[in-house]
Each structure stands twice: as C-alpha cells, then as structure tokens.
Design a protein around this ligand. Structure first.
Ligand SMILES: CSC[C@H]1O[C@H](OP(=O)(O)O)[C@H](O)[C@@H]1O
Ligand SMILES: Nc1ncnc2[nH]cnc12
Length: 288
C-alpha cells in the first residue's frame, strides 16, 4: 500500500507551492462539499493532498467548516495520514509565539458541530483515548526540527466553539486545567479522522498568549496575523520534509489507527439502515 499524505491547512496556510503535477480537484461526498477543492500532487516521491480548512479566501468559520465532508473526501482520495496545521493560542510561558507544538491530547468544548459519521441506523463507538497517532506525530516533530523551528513534543489542545476569543476568566480556567494550547478547529476533526481510520497528527503554530498573561495584550486578530505571516514559510518547510520521514510505502499503523473500527460498530448487520451504510462507503467500507 502507498502512503498518501493529507494536509489540512489552517489559518494562514491556503496552498502548498512546489507540488509536481499539481491539480485542484473537486471531490463530492455524501456529507456535502468539502471546504474547497483539494490540491493533489507529488512531493518527494509521495502523493500529497492539501485541503485549506477554511477554504481559499477563508470563507468557513470554525463552526461551519464541513468537518465530515473534509475527512470523507481525504479518505476517498486514498489519504492514509492526515497532518493538521493550526494557529493556536498558548497557555504556557515557554510555548512562545512563533513556536510549534505537536499536540497529542484534546479537551473538546465545541458544541455546535456534527461530531460523528455514525448514528441512528448504524451506531459505532471508537476509542479516542489517544486521539493522535504517535508515529505520525514523531514524523511531524522531526520535520519541524528540520524546518528550523522551535518545536515542543506533546501538548493538550482546548477546542473552543468560537468564533469569539475567550474571556480572561475562561482563559485562566483553561490554563488551570493544564491545557497547553487553544484553538477552534481540531475537534471534531481528530475524532472524525479516527472514525475514518486515518492516522492524525496536529501541528499547533503558536500565535499569541490568549488572554491570561499579565505581561501581554489579550489576543486579537492583528497579532495572530502578524505571527502567522512569519510562520507560514516554516509550516511549508515542515510539510516538504514529511514525505522523507514517512516513506512511499505504507505499513500498518503500529498504534492501530487504521483498524479503529475493528470492534466499534454496535448495530447488528440486519438492523443497519441501508441509506446510512451507503453514506459510510469511504469511511467504513473496510468493515461493512
Ligand atoms: C485566525 S485566528 C482564529 C482561527 O485560527 C485558527 O484556525 P485553524 O485551526 O484553522 O488554524 C483557530 O482555530 C480559529 O479558527
Ligand atoms: N487565542 C486563541 N484562541 C482560539 N483560537 C486561536 N487561534 C489562534 N489563537 C487563538
């Protein structure tokens, strides 16, 4: 089996220059249209698919990003490994603006999004105890180092609904919970990637200290954009280094990400709704 790398580009990352045979492809899914066309091509001998999470021109808010369509579309294109790149606030002094963090845990505080491919007609429960893939996170960590950025391995990402930033009281609360970074988009994306049996890693690009820090201004969009402008080249260097780390030949994930559905579906085969199972062709076809 071949490795196919999927990159979900967040705020500030809307394209990947330098792909061989680059084509923007329209992909249709049973969950509607993805955020945008998907840029496919070859990089370092590996196939890569790039999806701008908010769409080119930043048209989708964190709440309206079509997360299910995005993950389904990547799966449909044969993607095996998804790396998310996201702008994030920091809850720790030592995670400074400009640094990258390879996130490994999440606290999901979003509440206005569809969070599963499954439901009435075909119920499934996957584990997200370890919501990111260690092998893929290690590759992203090494690629970030090679890209010359200050990068930290491991961190808990608080996913908030947005689109407004947190109040000072909320920011202090999340910090007191032990969260490391905050953003608005990695949930339910990471949960859906697990349901689709895709390895998922998240690269947080720190843009600000949110609103808890006594010596820094509370977060606003102009600070974020200023930091992102400096960060986007480093993010592209990181992406360019990934094919070498992952290799063209894909082996079974040692952490089981690609077998997450093995024992997850609860609904008896004769009780499954055919219309619901038809929608799951790409995501769960392996076990249906
Ligand atoms: C542009 S600031 C807020 C916005 O940026 C982050 O998006 P992404 O994770 O796609 O980089 C954050 O989660 C908010 O959606
Ligand atoms: N402080 C913050 N809160 C939520 N999302 C963010 N994205 C970048 N900085 C953020």
């Amino acid at each position: 089996m071949d490795t196919v790398i999927g990159i979900i580009g967040g705020s500030g990352l809307y394209d990947i220059p330098g792909l061989e045979d680059a084509t923007w492809q329209t992909v249709e899914t049973p969950w509607g249209a993805p955020s945008d066309q998907i840029l496919t091509g070859r990089l370092g001998g590996v196939t890569l698919a790039f999806l701008p999470r908010h769409g080119r021109g930043h048209v989708h808010s964190p709440t309206t990003v079509p997360y299910r369509a995005n993950i389904d579309a990547l799966k449909r294109l044969g993607v095996t490994d998804v790396v998310s790149v996201s702008a994030c606030g920091s809850f720790r002094e030592e995670l400074a603006p400009g640094d990258f963090v390879i996130v490994d845990q999440f606290i999901d505080r979003t509440f206005a999004r569809e969070k599963s491919f499954f439901g009435t007609g075909c119920v499934a429960h996957v584990s997200v105890a370890h919501p990111t893939c260690t092998r893929l996170g290690d590759a992203a960590f090494a690629a970030a180092k090679a890209a010359g950025v200050t990068v930290h391995r491991g961190g808990t990402y608080l996913a908030m609904e947005g689109p407004q930033f947190s109040s000072v009281a909320e920011s202090r609360l999340y910090k007191s919970w032990g969260c490391d970074v905050i953003g608005m988009t990695n949930m339910p994306e990471a949960k859906l990637a697990r349901e689709a049996e895709l390895c998922y890693a998240s690269v947080a690009m720190i843009t600000d200290y949110d609103s808890w820090h006594p010596d820094h201004d509370t977060v606003d969009i102009s600070t974020i954009i200023a930091t992102l402008t400096g960060n986007s080249d480093a993010a592209r260097r990181l992406v360019a280094d990934l094919p070498d780390r992952l290799g063209a030949e894909r082996h079974t994930c040692p952490h089981g990400c690609d077998h997450a559905l093995d024992h997850a579906i609860m609904t008896a085969p004769d009780k499954r709704d055919p219309a619901v199972t038809a929608r799951l062709d790409a995501v769960a076809g392996r076990v249906m």
